[in-house]
Design a protein. Sequence first.
Length: 354
Amino acid sequence: MGKRTMRGLLLFPVLLILLAVTIIYTIRIGSADIPAREVSGILRDRLFQGGRELEAGVWEMAHVQIVWNIRLPRVLFAVLCGAGLSICGAAMQALVLNPIADPYILGISSGASAGAAWALLMPLPFFAGQYQTTAAAFLGALISASAVYIMAKAAGGGRLQPTPLLLAGTAVNAVMSAVTSFLIYLAKSPESIAAVYNWQMGSIAAAQWKTLSLPFAGTLAGMTIFTCSGKKFNMIMMGDEDAAAMGLNVKAFRSVMFLVCSVVVASFVSVTGIIGFVGLVVPHVVRIAAGTSDNRLVIPASALSGGIYLAWADALARSAFGAAELPLGIVTAFAGAPFFLYLMIRKGYGRRME
């Protein structure tokens, strides 16, 4: 086992500890300041003791309600969303050999946003509630991913080149944003219009226990599929010709992985709105920390790191301005946009991911 592989494996226990600490400490952040020791005690009591300490009067009922029914679902949603965006970013950077690829930059998030806006402003005659929004978001994400892929290959002479891919993503982003704006223009209800405007800026304020099932299923499925396909992602990063020579059906693999990315992104964008740059920043930080680009390590480590990152970003969003909550998408944009510019300057458009 090489030193880099050992270094990457040692990263996992560190990330798991950081994730546990993050969940406890971000739960305590809010208008009602609850000590970390009390948060961990309430969680232990609810998870392993069936609420015996609550019944004995050890914990205040108000604090239990805040920790268990309000803040814990929100923190878990942030962890799932961060993990999902990060694994999709890592997968897409390998698939298209582009270090600045992620669901936001390549238009998948905007497509999902446009589809979800359609369902929110002009309800469809099938499905209901969150399932309708998620189905519409998935369709929008799939359309965007397909459009970017087709346009980039056509502009690159049948190859996926970094510059045409970035330009195609920019174009699709603009079109899908225009679609969302047009839907808002056609909408009749001021309440729905305000909801979509707020939703476009990205937030997980609507997180509840009942909204966790779809993001959990989507993120778990995506992480399982991507991690099990880590060796194939490594083959793709060697170039299409080399991957094909090693027996990989490159076109089919890319198509399936883009489909999985669309499913994962749609599973939470339909609830959170657009949260950008997470899938761009986190995989690069993981590669630096792990000392390797081996996707068998990078993808699961990105899931843990993305969950930690977005949980803290959401804690900042809901605490920086007191009672007024800053949209989460603004926080991630402030952090991610400079990193995006740094990567463009350092690596250049035409260079392959190292």
